[in-house]
Design a protein around this ligand. Structure first.
Ligand code: EPZ
Length: 421
């Protein structure tokens, strides 16, 4: 099993270009199932475990998937699908596989997907997805750990989510595009990846308006054809490098990122004392002082993203002052706190709030990643800590980052990947 060995204390400096957003690429790979003719082409696709898993899911369904991992280009042809089932062994590896439900139901009138279950950060129910499918006329049943949805023809309707759900919005949008008539999604998630997905679907022939806002209108069409698309840059990968630069008092420019996808995060970075400059397609931060403490509430977009909570927490451990983080999206997203405490952080948890009293420095130790973003947060803490930090179970990190250690090393970090016997 691989682990990272980090020598802390080196400021990150330089430029780096992020890949296409994982959380755009995964739904877009699923959306390719909707194309009855042609080959979908996705560009700048990161070579990460979650993308490879989704490719396996599509191949199990009968799609032809070619991923040029050197050029980061993916070709998907879904003209001759042979199955409508996403099996347990793949869905249990990556819950986002559940995103194939909408396209399969829309195209075939049936979908059988293993229930995704929870993960380290929370129970992750799918009740809102199911409610949406039922609103569009599907019959949904649970059969031996699988969710089975059936509908001769989906019919447009109004779908009101109890709370914004990122993949729930995507799943319903991808089923409504072939429904008869109009669907309106109310209380939709507003993440930039959802607007990105809608842009791709509209280029495939769909009629979607309002994606990126809380009300999305979809007028069903007869059929969709494949298209080529370059997804937006990954704001979570970008945020990881930016917080790494702030924590280590460096200067980093991240390219292929739209600043408006990180607006709330950049405001918080400025509150922490970072100099932030932006252009149409880049964000640069420079940090010449110890960060100031700030308070954070994680919230659906455009609020502060829960996925960057571990990274800002790692940065706040050495801030001047006391910060409070209120995690309002997932019920168990403080697992990384124990690991940060092993590095000398002064953090106490009370329910869904973590109080971080800034300390002068962290000291290297062995820590363990528990999910993609917790792992990335621990890497940032290792970049800051004095001496050597070992981050174990980096397979979690490899699910969402392509060669994170090599890319951080390009920015000056002293980090390497080793393998335990
Ligand atoms: C997406 O997960 C992302 N994954 C997650 O990123 C991200 O953390 C999350 O959105 C929140 O931003 C992908 O896009 C592939 P939600 P998703 O449905 O869609 C509750 C990463 O690191 N909920 O927006 O599963 C849910 O429990 C991953 O890349 C229901 O109650 O998240 C949570 O508390 C980790 N019922 C809240 O809503 C439902 O039917 C938001 O979840 C669905 C969700």
């Amino acid at each position: 099993m691989d682990y990272f060995e980090i020598e802390g204390g080196v400021p990150l400096e330089g430029e780096i270009r992020v890949f296409s957003a994982k959380n755009s690429v995964l739904p877009m790979m699923s959306a390719s199932l909707l194309a009855e003719e042609g080959t979908t082409v996705l560009r700048n696709v990161p070579d990460i475990a979650d993308v490879r898993t989704m490719a396996e899911v599509l191949q199990r369904l009968g799609a032809e998937v070619k991923f040029d991992r050197r050029k980061n280009i993916m070709h998907i042809n879904a003209e001759n699908l042979t199955s409508y089932e996403a099996p347990y062994d793949l869905v249990s590896r990556m819950r986002a596989s559940f995103l194939v439900m909408g396209p399969l139901l829309a195209r075939f009138g049936i979908a059988r997907v293993s229930q995704p279950g929870g993960c380290a950060i929370g129970a992750r129910p799918i009740d809102q997805h199911i409610k949406g499918f039922i609103r569009l006329g599907a019959e949904v049943s649970e059969e031996s750990g699988y969710t089975v949805a059936r509908a001769k023809k989906l019919v447009g309707n109004t779908v009101v989510f109890d709370r914004p759900t990122h993949t729930g919005t995507e799943n319903i949008m991808m089923s409504a595009v072939l429904a008869r008539g109009r669907t309106v999604i109310v209380n939709a998630a507003q993440d930039p990846e959802i607007a990105d997905l809608a842009r791709m679907l509209n280029r495939m022939g769909a009629k979607i308006r309002g994606a990126g806002t809380s009300v999305i209108t979809i007028d069903g069409v007869e059929k969709l054809r494949a298209t080529s698309h370059t997804p937006i840059g990954d704001r979570l990968e970008a945020g990881t490098y930016l917080f790494g630069a702030i924590a280590t008092r460096g200067k980093v420019r991240v390219k292929n990122i739209k600043p408006e996808t990180l607006r709330t995060v950049l405001c918080k970075m400025m509150d922490m004392g970072a100099a932030v400059s932006t252009g149409r397609n880049f964000v640069q931060v420079e940090m010449t002082r110890r960060p100031r403490a700030v308070d954070i509430i994680t919230d659906p977009f455009p609020g502060f993203p829960t996925d960057l909570q571990p990274m800002i927490m790692a940065t706040l451990t050495i801030a001047e002052g006391t910060s409070v983080i209120w995690e309002r999206i997932f019920e168990n997203r403080f697992i990384h706190v124990m690991e940060l405490q092993r590095l000398g952080a002064n953090i106490t948890i009370s329910g869904d709030r973590a109080t971080i009293v800034g300390v002068e420095h962290l000291d290297g130790a062995t820590v363990m990643a528990s999910d993609i973003r917790a792992g990335a947060g621990l890497v940032i803490a290792g970049l800051v800590a004095r001496g050597k930090t070992v981050v174990k179970r980096v397979y979690h990190i490899d699910r969402g980052y392509q060669n994170l250690e090599e890319r951080l090393a390009q920015l000056g970090a002293r980090i390497r990947r080793l393998t335990e016997d």
